[in-house]
Ligand binder design. Sequence first.
Ligand SMILES: Nc1ncnc2c1ncn2[C@@H]1O[C@H](COP(=O)(O)OP(=O)(O)OP(=O)(O)O)[C@@H](O)[C@H]1O
Ligand SMILES: Nc1nc2c(c(=O)[nH]1)N=C(CO)CN2
Length: 167
Amino acid sequence: MKEINIVYLSLGTNLGNKVLNLKKIIKAFEDDPQIEILKKSSVFETSPVGGIEQDNFYNMVIKICTTYSPNELLKVIHLIEKQLKRIRNIRWGPRTADIDMLTFNNQEISTSCLKIPHPEMLNRLFVLKPLLEITHSAFYSYEKLKQAEKKILQNDDQKIINKGALK
Ligand SMILES: Nc1ncnc2c1ncn2[C@@H]1O[C@H](COP(=O)(O)OP(=O)(O)OP(=O)(O)O)[C@@H](O)[C@H]1O
Ligand SMILES: Nc1nc2c(c(=O)[nH]1)N=C(CO)CN2
């Protein structure tokens, strides 16, 4: 029997029809027999983080259960990003689909192609807000996640607007 893993994923898009892009990503996960979506956050419109001038993003977080291993899931993610015609060019630049693995069970992974928990997750309001909407802890405790959120709200100018559920 294959192990069932609980994974939180951050979804983002800032090119083309952003709502449609999120729907396509969700559909791709739904169509995979080894993945079940357990929870979806609201969609958030967020200002770009990382210093590159670009359009606002639409971001959300989903909780899935899967029988894939971390590396298998990373391959699936890359395939979905490819299906949405994501071209890998500028780091932190515009993209039709950006899917980050935030956490994988409570595991810590640090290889050349996969870092779990995602190294930037505590610095990104576009991750923390939707994540805290659907869970109280994911690798980190609730206190740690809330503290990280508070720090960003006090020190950074990351804009975020809740656009409601993906319809
Ligand atoms: N937790 C993770 N989730 C997704 N990709 C990861 C993760 N850890 C490492 N990677 C690696 O990062 C590579 C580059 O990913 P990507 O192009 O999405 O980065 P980015 O979106 O520009 O930056 P960031 O990862 O900070 O969001 C991927 O090919 C993947 O191998
Ligand atoms: N608001 C926002 N900013 C970003 C995002 C994103 O999804 N949302 N993704 C990035 C690269 O992963 C870089 N900056």
